[in-house]
Design a protein around this ligand. Structure first.
Ligand code: 6A9
Length: 706
C-alpha cells in the first residue's frame, strides 16, 4: 500500500482501481515464473516494483522485491510518501514481529502450511541509486482482520495524523501513520488474518528492498539485495528480452522498440495477472430451489482484467491460453488442467469463477450465482488444439475423460431443435425488459438473437464451436489410441456445407445467421415512471414494443455470429459462400472499420442500440480483439491455400492486421492501457481497462502466430 502525504491528508492506496483514474499501471516485463518489473503512475508519483525469485529448497525458494519511488511530471520533488509492506495469514500459519528501536518492523518470521518456515526482512531505505541511506520514519501495525478482503479497512482505520516528519535540518511536516488498531467499525467478524505491517515514510526519490528467505533453502549464496539483486534483475531482464524475441520474433519482423515494449507489456500483464484462487462457486441448478455452494476448489488461471475482473472466465481462458501456450506450454497445461478439474459430475464447468472472499468482494451480488444449465463457448479446445502436438501422453490420458465428459455435456444439454443444431440455454428470461434478450452463455452477451427466445432456436456460433470441439476430440483420441470415429463422424456432419447452408444460410440477408422466433420490428419506448411523493420524477423507463408479430425465420443480424463458419474455417476454400462473407467483412457499411472488424454491421437494425436504459451497446458495434484474432487466423489460412479467393483473403488479412495492431498500439500509447473493446467509429479504447485478457492476443497478431 502507499500514501502520498499531502497537506490535505492524501489517500491510502492498496489496489489500483479503474475508477481511480491512474495514468497507467501494469507489468512491463514478467516471465510468469521468476521475474517481473511493474510501473504504477499515480498522480505525480512513479512507483517501480521489481521482483526476482531464486528457486531452491522445498517451498518455492527465496524472493526479493525492490520498490523505487520517484516524482514524475507535475509531481513535486521531495514530496513525502509512505510505503506500507505487510504480511498476513489467511486462516492458518503464524507470524512473529521483530521490532527495532520501538517502531521499526525489521523482520517477520513465520510458518505456514505451504511455505514452511520463512523470514521476511525489510531493509533500510536508500537513495534511488541504492548507495546512500535515506532518512525515514518508521511505524508498524500488529492487528487482526476478518480476512484478506478487509486489510485496507484495517489499515485505514488505524491511521492517525498526530505524527510529525522532522528530518535533521529539514522542514517539518505532519503526516498520517498507523497507530494502535482499535478494531473495525460495524459488526464484529471472527478474526482470520493476522496482519503485520511496516510503514516507511520518506521524501522522494527513494528505494526500499524486501527479502523473503525460505527456511528450507540451504547453502544460500548470500542475501539477494543491493548489487546482488541489481545483477540478478539485469540477468533476468536480458533473458526475458532474448526469450521474447525467440518466441515472437517482433524485432526480426521490423517492429520498432516502442511497439515491442507494448507487446511485452501485453504479454507480461497477462502473466503477471495470473492468480491462484481458492473457494467455492454458488450454483443454481434445476434440482434445488436455492443456490447451493459447490465444494471448495482451487483455480490457477489468467484473468481478463487484473483490476476490474480479477477472476477466471471460461471462454476468456481459451483465448488467454493461445498466447500463454506459446510462451510457456507447461504453464498453459497446468492452467487447463485446473479448469477441467472444476467440472461437476454432469460434465459442466461454471462460466465465471468467483472463488473466495477476495474474489467475491469484487462482484455485485446479482452476478455471483452460476447456473448449471448455462454454457460458454468451449474455447479451451482452441488452446488444446495448439497444445496437442507437444503435450505429454500421460497428461493427455488424464485429461481425456474430462474432455469427453465436457463434450458430451454440450451435446446433451445444448442440443437444438433439429439434428446437428445447437441452442444456447439460459437466455434472459423476461424478454419484455430488453430490446433483445441477452445470451450471456454465448459470451457475446447482447449480440442480437431471435427476438423471442424459444426452444426452436438454432445458434450458429455454438454449432461451429461444436465442430471445432469434435475435431479436437478426434485428434486427442487418435493420439491416445482411443476410438476417434464418433468424433470424426460428428465433425464431418458439422462441417458438411450443404447441411450448414440449409440450417443457417439466410438468403434475404446474404449471410449465415441464427434461426428462431423473430420479429423484425422491435423497439424501445420511453415510459414515464411515476415519482414517489416529494421526490423528483425518475428518468423514463424503456419498455419494449413489438410492432410485427414474431415468426420462425432467420435472424436479420449480420455480424460476428455470421462469420463463424469462416472464423472456425468450416468453409472449404472453394465454397461459393466465401465471396459474400469476405465482401461483408470488407464493406464499410457492414463490418469493416479502420480499427478492426466491428461486431455488428452498421446497416444492421440493432447496430449500436441500447438494450435497456441501463445497458449501452456492448457486442453491437464495438471492435473486439478475440474475434478479430480468429478472423485474422482464418484469413491467414484462406490466404495461403489454393482457391478462387486466395488473393482477396490475403489482402484482407494484411489490411486487417495492420488496422488492428496500429489502433491498439496507438490507444496504448495515448491512454496507457489495453482496453476491453474499441470504438468502431474512433478506435478509442472502451469498457474495462487495463484489459490484458484476450486483447493481449495482439501479440500473436504481431507475431503472425496462428
Ligand atoms: C459484471 C461487474 C466490479 C463480458 O471478460 C469477461 C466477460 C466475457 O467473458 C464476456 O464475453 N466480460 C463479455 O461479454 C466481462 C463480464 C463481467 C461480468 C461481471 C460485474 C462488476 O465489477
Amino acid at each position: 500500500m502507499w500514501l502520498q502525504q499531502r497537506e490535505a491528508g492524501g489517500g491510502l492506496r492498496h489496489t489500483c482501481e479503474q475508477g481511480d483514474g491512474l495514468a497507467s499501471y501494469g507489468w512491463l516485463r514478467h516471465d510468469g515464473d521468476n521475474f517481473g518489473v511493474q510501473d504504477v503512475r499515480d498522480r505525480g508519483l512513479l512507483l517501480r516494483t521489481e521482483f526476482v525469485k531464486r528457486p531452491g529448497g522445498e517451498h518455492g525458494g527465496d524472493w526479493s522485491w525492490r520498490v523505487t519511488a520517484r516524482p514524475e511530471g507535475a509531481g513535486s520533488p521531495a514530496s513525502l510518501v509512505s510505503l506500507f509492506f505487510y504480511v498476513a495469514t489467511d486462516g492458518q500459519g503464524t507470524l512473529r514481529p521483530h521490532v527495532e528501536d520501538g517502531t521499526r518492523l525489521a523482520a517477520v518470521t513465520g510458518t505456514s502450511e505451504e511455505l514452511g518456515d520463512f523470514k521476511i526482512t525489510f531493509l533500510r531505505p536508500t537513495t534511488e541509486s541504492g548507495e546512500d541511506p535515506k532518512y525515514s520514519s518508521y511505524h508498524y501495525l500488529d492487528a487482526w482482520s476478518p480476512g484478506l478482503h478487509r486489510l485496507t479497512d484495517v489499515v485505514r482505520s488505524s491511521l492517525s495524523d498526530r505524527f510529525v516528519f522532522s528530518p535533521p535540518g529539514g522542514p517539518r511536516q505532519r503526516f498520517l501513520a498507523v497507530d494502535t488498531f482499535r478494531g473495525l467499525p460495524g459488526a464484529a467478524e471472527a478474526p482470520r488474518s493476522h496482519l503485520l505491517l511496516h510503514q516507511v515514510t520518506l521524501r522522494l526519490p527513494a528505494r526500499v528492498e524486501v527479502t523473503f528467505e525460505s527456511g528450507s533453502v540451504r547453502d544460500r549464496r548470500g542475501p539477494l539485495v543491493g548489487p546482488a539483486l541489481t545483477a540478478e534483475l539485469a540477468r533476468h531482464e536480458a533473458a526475458f528480452e532474448r526469450r521474447f524475441e525467440e518466441t515472437f520474433a517482433l524485432e526480426r519482423k521490423g517492429f520498432p522498440p516502442a511497439q515491442r515494449r507494448f507487446a511485452q507489456a501485453a504479454l507480461s500483464n497477462m502473466l503477471g495477472g495470473m492468480g491462484y484462487f481458492h473457494g467455492h462457486s454458488l450454483v443454481q441448478s434445476p434440482l434445488h430451489e436455492h443456490p447451493v455452494p459447490y465444494p471448495e476448489s482451487s483455480l490457477f488461471t489468467a484473468v481478463p482484467s487484473r483490476s476490474f475482473f480479477p477472476r477466471g472466465f471460461l471462454w476468456d481462458e481459451g483465448f488467454h491460453q493461445l498466447l500463454l501456450a506459446r510462451w510457456d506450454p507447461e504453464l498453459s497445461r497446468e492452467v487447463i488442467a485446473h479448469w477441467f478439474d472444476l467440472m461437476n459430475a454432469e460434465g459442466w464447468i461454471p462460466r465465471e469463477q468467483i472463488l473466495g472472499e477476495e474474489a467475491r468482494a469484487k462482484v455485485p451480488p446479482e452476478f455471483v450465482v452460476q447456473h448449471s444449465e448455462t454454457a460458454n463457448p468451449p474455447t479451451l479446445f482452441l488452446a488444446l488444439q495448439r497444445l496437442l502436438g507437444t503435450a505429454p501422453l500421460p497428461y493427455l490420458r488424464r485429461l481425456f475423460p474430462r474432455l469427453r465428459a465436457w463434450y458430451e455435456w454440450y451435446n446433451s444439454t445444448q442440443a437444438g431443435p433439429l439434428p446437428y443444431t445447437f441452442r444456447w440455454r439460459g437466455r434472459d428470461a423476461d424478454p419484455e425488459r430488453f430490446l433483445n434478450p441477452k445470451t450471456l452463455a454465448s459470451g457475446l452477451d447482447d449480440y442480437p438473437r431471435a427476438s423471442h427466445p424459444s426452444a426452436d432456436e438454432r445458434h450458429l456460433d455454438l454449432r461451429c464451436w461444436m465442430a471445432l470441439a469434435s475435431q479436437v476430440l478426434a485428434e486427442a483420441a487418435e493420439r491416445l489410441g482411443e476410438p476417434a470415429e464418433p468424433y470424426r463422424q460428428m465433425q464431418r456432419a458439422l462441417s458438411d456445407n450443404e447441411l450448414l447452408e440449409r440450417l443457417h444460410w439466410a438468403e434475404e440477408l446474404g449471410a449465415f445467421a441464427d434461426y428462431g422466433n423473430h420479429s423484425r420490428a422491435v423497439g424501445l419506448r420511453r415510459e414515464a415512471v411515476r415519482a414517489a411523493p416529494g421526490r423528483p420524477p425518475p428518468a423514463p423507463r424503456l419498455v419494449r414494443v413489438v410492432r410485427e408479430a414474431p415468426r420462425p425465420r432467420f435472424v436479420g443480424a449480420l455480424g460476428y455470429v455470421s462469420l463463424f463458419p469462416l472464423l472456425l474455417q468450416l468453409l472449404p476454400p472453394d465454397s461459393p459462400r466465401l465471396a459474400p462473407v469476405l465482401a461483408a467483412m470488407r464493406s464499410e457499411r457492414q463490418l469493416w472499420t479502420p480499427f478492426g472488424l466491428r461486431s455488428l454491421a452498421r446497416d444492421s437494425p440493432l447496430y449500436m442500440q441500447r438494450n435497456t436504459e441501463h445497458d449501452p451497446p456492448y457486442w453491437r458495434g464495438p471492435v473486439w480483439v478475440n474475434i478479430n484474432y480468429l478472423a485474422l487466423r482464418a484469413l491467414h489460412a484462406y490466404g495461403s491455400r489454393p482457391g478462387p479467393h486466395r488473393e482477396q483473403a490475403a489482402e484482407l488479412y494484411r489490411e486487417l492486421r495492420h488496422n488492428l495492431v496500429a489502433n491498439l498500439y496507438r490507444q496504448y500509447a495515448e491512454s496507457g492501457y489495453l482496453w476491453e473493446h474499441y470504438s468502431d467509429s474512433t478506435g478509442a479504447g472502451q469498457g474495462s481497462h487495463p484489459f490484458t485478457g484476450w486483447s493481449a492476443l495482439v501479440v500473436l497478431v504481431m507475431a503472425e502466430d496462428y
